[in-house]
Ligand binder design. Sequence first.
Ligand code: ADP
Ligand code: MG
Length: 362
Amino acid sequence: MKAVLRATVLLGIATALLAGALLHRSPAPSDEYPAGRVLVEASTGGVRVTDVRSGVMGTLFGVEVHAGDEGTGRRACSVAYHRIAALEARLSHWREDSLLSRVNREAASRPVTVDADTFWLLESARYFHRISAGTFDPSIGPLLGLFKPFARLEAMPPDGEIALARALVGFDRVLLDPLTRAVRFAAPGMSIDLGAIAKGYAADEAVRVARSEGALACRVNAGGDMVAGGAPPGRPEGFETEIRDPRGDPAATLPGRTFDLRDRAAATSGNYERTTEIAGKRYSHILDPRTGRPVPDAVTQVTVMAPTGLEADALATALVVLGPESGLRLAQELPNVEALFLLPDGDGFRSVATTGFPGGRR
Ligand code: ADP
Ligand code: MG
């Protein structure tokens, strides 16, 4: 495995040298994802190429491209993954060498200049933090860091430690200078985790670059966050999309909740996966910055439809924290945003949605 990796890196460096492109090569060759499963099918107007890869931003990604010919379709998929790799190399909080990790190490002592993508995500995060009454807060890093080891021990951290970590959380103390694209933390110990927004943005960008490579239409599934650019030839309503059924196995979909996505995104967040069980109770991987604790089981999952993956991803997380009442109110206020809440009800769940959500209010 290591030898293969080293060979790939050497080959990458050699290619870069040959191309004379060492200076502006992004991502580094080692940031390529391993090849996944590629399926090429004939379709109306050409081909449909589906390229599924695991271990992408810590999850499973699927890129579906409709193109006039196979070469264009395959190239569009590969360009899409390249763009995602470039973003992951900067935005991952668990990669020591990422730009975000450098921000987390240094921004309390000096302003750290970041690239345009990272700055855009941070500015967007500030916007969602503001409109969500502070419930969406990527500066939640200190609390996530506290909970991680305790989750492994299946125990809750002591109240005093939660209070200390919570005192370091607050996106209004992440200082952003648009002139220099610099990030600064107001206090030492602060840290950022873009896990609730980065996948949605990566999907937006993957769709964008695939289309500029010649894809007629493209859909990206980023671990359940969907972005659809255009519509498959012969299907002007868009890409048929389903919502996962939180009760069943991961492949089960929610009956009666199929909708079409065209130049639009849908993201789902919830408590059905990535939970930790402590003393027989399940805890979410989404934390409420107001309490410093995992959000209670009041919401099973939330699906948000929005113009972009970035918005859908951020809002889905925010709405899980806000809960059905304030969450629906916020979704209803925002133009071009729809939301569907699944709420626990006995052994199953009941649903509430904004009036414009496909399927309507039930
Ligand atoms: P998923 O990654 O499962 O699709 P989300 O998009 O909701 O789910 O992102 C959850 C991740 O966001 C968490 O794993 C954590 O890294 C981070 N996070 C947790 N709580 C919050 C919060 N209140 N605001 C912003 N980010 C959060
Ligand atoms: Mg999210």
